[in-house]
Design a protein around this ligand. Structure first.
Ligand SMILES: [Zn+2]
Length: 215
């Protein structure tokens, strides 16, 4: 099964992913985490060098490169048998085309498009409490989803940080990016969308999701 998580930054995709990983053994494939991993890599291959350059410049990664990275991640798993969450891909209409082709090529049919619906006010409030693990990408919230031990990742014991892109001024830019480039995907997938009320807390969102997809 593949769950494609659609929703603005801060709509709860990361925290619901964490619950699905813990309780249903889902594999979380996040474009953000994949890119950060590559950025840290010491590999001198041309492709990697190129991607590091784009990431360091702060520019958006182009669609072809995003797809290449995601495809490589997917190839690490059994995409027919494993339960996978795709978080942050597809993010543009061009990536939708690439993904549709990939789906057809691999005869995938067990796919759900999950839409985390909420307001900008709730998103901003939620991101203000967000901390994350620089090693594995797991997201926590100081108020609503704290780690078991304060400031420490439950999974690998790494010290949690506040990501630079979660600072208030960056959140506004990311939301604009989302409304311009990603929101049109919701119209495209309209008939296939499973809508989740993302104004609720992560536990309630999780329950709504597993009920709606029947797992
Ligand atoms: Zn971690």
């Amino acid at each position: 099964m593949i769950l494609v998580f659609l929703g603005a930054p801060g709509s709860g995709k990361g925290t619901v992913s964490a619950l699905l990983q813990d309780r249903k053994s889902f594999i979380h494939i996040s474009s953000g985490v994949a890119f950060r991993d590559i950025a840290k890599s010491k590999d001198k291959k041309k492709d990697i060098k190129k991607l590091q350059k784009i990431l360091n410049s702060g520019k958006l990664v182009d669609d072809d490169t995003v797809f290449k990275v995601i495809k490589a991640k997917l190839n690490e798993f059994d995409i027919i048998k494993d339960n996978i969450i795709l978080d942050g891909f597809p993010r543009t209409m061009e990536q939708v085309k690439m993904f549709s082709y990939f789906v057809k090529e691999n005869s995938l049919d067990d796919i759900y498009f999950i839409n985390f619906k909420t307001t900008s006010e709730i998103i901003k409030k939620r991101i203000s409490g967000r901390i994350s693990c620089p090693k594995c990408g797991r997201v926590y919230n100081v108020k609503t989803l704290p780690p078991k031990k304060e400031g420490i990742c439950d999974l690998d014991g790494t010290k949690l940080i506040r990501r630079p892109e979660d600072e208030n001024d960056k959140v506004e830019i990311r939301l604009q990016e989302y409304y311009n480039k990603t929101a049109p995907l919701l119209d495209f997938y309209d008939n296939l969308l499973v809508n989740i009320d993302a104004s609720k807390n992560s536990e309630e969102m999780y329950k709504e999701l597993i009920k709606k997809i029947g797992i």
